[in-house]
Design a protein around this ligand. Sequence first.
Ligand code: AMP
Ligand code: MG
Length: 345
Amino acid sequence: MIETQPDISLAQFAGKIRNGEVVAFPTETVYGLGADVWNADAVARIFELKGRPPDNPLIVHVSSIEMVETVVSDISDDARRLMERFWPGPLAIIFPKRPEVLDIVTAGLPTVAVRMPDHPIPLRLISEAGPIAAPSANTSGRPSPTRAEHVRQDFGDDVPVIDGGSCQYGLESTVLDLSIMPYTILRPGRITQSELEQVLERPVRLAVLDPAGLAQLKNAPRSPGMKYTHYAPNARVRWMVEEECCPPGPPHRDKPANHTLYLLHRGQNSGDSPVHPHNAGDLGPGDQVIDYKGDYTEMARDLYDRFRMADLKGFREIAIEPFSGHDDGTTALLNRIEKAIGQGG
Ligand code: AMP
Ligand code: MG
């Protein structure tokens, strides 16, 4: 199903971008669907292909700090510290935009989100083609793609894909708004609240898991994408209920319901569990019960692939073991699961 297009070199992909085409490429977070940031028709094509609402702005991808200056009107000292510490990496920073940046890219906002991906393929593309506006390379509402095959599932032959294998992190970047006080994480990701606070030496608010912050954002959305349901497979995603969570003692059922995919993560589900967990490193595509055994890095990397696989395998439900709270390692995961369930922002 995947055409890796080995006949097309990276330089040719860069040429396509310069020609106003839309191209999908891997990053360390998820695959991106990119176009020349200065080409309004090419950027419009991204929205058209994805079915993305026009009020949901794109992230501009750069390959150097000098390139940031071509789209941003002011770089604060705090922004510089963050770029030096976390770039290239999964942190998108919101800056005041230069007036030349097209409204279609920023959905008419006076700000622009910018990040430098930590992946050789987009870094090369961008250094040859200039800044690339790119959202995730999925159709709107589908889980973000973490493999080239996922891009093909959503776009078929409409979009040429550079196949870089599986994405290393597997969830979208952290989005940090430096244009409001307190500085606010609009979308949690691999770069965590405490890592940001350590570098900035001041408190940073995590909007999505703070009810007051979320209400404020919903009333006057800073990150318009937050109001849309994202990341959802066709199967219904829900939390496991207590009987399914296999407390010590006799199992409540001999077998899990066969239309349900179970995702466990705390790793205590073994022995007389009614479900038969696998190690995260030993997953098969048709497995019905997956146990990440506390490996949240693996769970994040695998989540969207697992969501898509559940649909392909005909599972009607995905039941996920509840989290007892959240910490730096689980905030982004919990946020994406809540969004898939429909509880999140
Ligand atoms: P995607 O790349 O598809 O994961 O979407 C980009 C995310 O960044 C969306 O949630 C956008 O709402 C958010 N975003 C992009 N630009 C801005 C901006 N200028 N201000 C606030 N949020 C933004
Ligand atoms: Mg997206």
